[in-house]
Ligand binder design. Structure first.
Ligand code: UDP
Ligand code: MG
Length: 319
């Protein structure tokens, strides 16, 4: 008996992409043809274009494309929520209608040909396949440097992310089901998905220029995205306050010894110097330690309120 081929969904977030879609959709349809004709995926595979409350004609363009080719599906948010949220909306909509979903930006800066390799790896049993940029030569120097600073800073802050991977990835239905258990409102998918676990793989590709239109991620949005990522995943900055307090307390002890010896053995110290020095050092470090302790508790609250799943079950053998 012939094995059933998987239905693949390509989920595309679109914000003001009326110029890019006429280029990218035919290319993605071509990829669907390729994976179907190579026997990697079902002919029922589809593209889900997710409109993020665009202000231009993006939604009309999506409607027209849907009428022309039923493999093009559409979803429209009621307002602009941002890339991460519209992507989640798309993945959750596709989840019960596909065997695996691949998310890719509408501008096709991430080489769509990598989809073929992703699907191949999925067919070999990989549940999450990360697209990783092997080169960013086509990005401006500024974009490249800020993006790399962004990845390094996240790692320093204790975030487990995949280096140079944006949101171009394949997720199996099981991975999508596990993702659905994360109910947090501050969404940072690149931090959540590595936490899911499962069998993963990486496909690398070269990043291209935008096919049309311009970037919807200016520096201000990148910065707030980065801060969101760190504050949604790491309580490490609070731990640092606590440690700084302890280090300062150790220094304060040394300073106190110095102050006392000067006080008793030196005859030219100004009045009030000793008491001010002691107060500044000892009180300063005690205050930092106190803030750090409060921070440790807030860190606990922070992880509790997220109600993240405490475990993810991959398989159960019964009977
Ligand atoms: N996007 C979105 N909502 C937004 C901003 C961007 O859905 O509020 C989409 C956009 O249409 C594109 C993807 O997110 O498909 C990535 O945006 P862009 O290519 O502008 O970012 P860059 O590649 O420059 O970082
Ligand atoms: Mg882009």
């Amino acid at each position: 008996m012939e094995e059933k081929l998987p239905v693949i969904a390509i989920v595309v977030p679109c914000y003001n992409e009326e110029q890019a879609l006429p280029f990218s959709v035919p290319e993605l349809l071509g990829i669907l043809d390729t994976i179907a004709s190579e026997g990697l995926a079902s002919r029922d595979s589809f593209i889900l274009l997710c409109n993020d409350g665009s202000r231009d004609r993006t939604w009309q363009v999506i409607e027209e494309m849907h009428l022309k080719d039923k493999r093009v599906k559409g979803l429209s948010l009621a307002h602009n929520r941002g890339h991460q949220y519209v992507l989640l909306a798309g993945l959750m909509t596709a989840r019960n209608r596909c065997d695996a979903a691949i998310s890719i930006d509408a501008d096709l800066q991430d080489d769509p040909k990598a989809i073929i390799e992703m699907v191949r790896l999925f067919n070999q049993g990989k549940e999450i396949v990360y697209g990783v940029r092997s080169s960013r030569a086509s990005d401006t120097w500024f974009k490249r440097t800020t993006a790399h600073a962004f990845y390094s800073f996240q790692n320093v802050m204790g975030l487990e992310t995949v280096y140079d991977h944006a949101d171009y990835r394949l997720m199996s239905r099981r991975a999508l089901d596990l993702l659905a258990d994360y109910g947090e409102s501050n969404l940072f998918l690149r931090g959540i998905i590595p936490q899911i676990g499962l069998d993963t793989a990486v496909v690398s590709y070269e990043r291209n220029q935008r096919v049309a239109g311009e970037s919807k991620y200016p520096l201000s949005k990148m910065l707030s995205f980065s801060i969101d990522g760190i504050t949604s995943f790491s309580a490490r900055p609070m731990r640092w306050i606590f440690i700084t307090g302890l280090v300062l307390l150790a220094i304060a002890v040394l300073v106190s010894i110095y102050v006392f010896t000067s006080y008793f053995y030196s005859d030219h110290i100004s009045a009030g110097w000793a008491s001010i020095m002691l107060s500044i050092w000892i009180l300063g470090s005690l205050i930092l330690i106190a803030i750090g302790i409060v921070g440790e508790y807030i860190g606990k609250i922070f992880t509790e309120v997220k109600h993240r799943p405490r475990f993810a079950i991959r398989d159960v053998l019964w009977d």
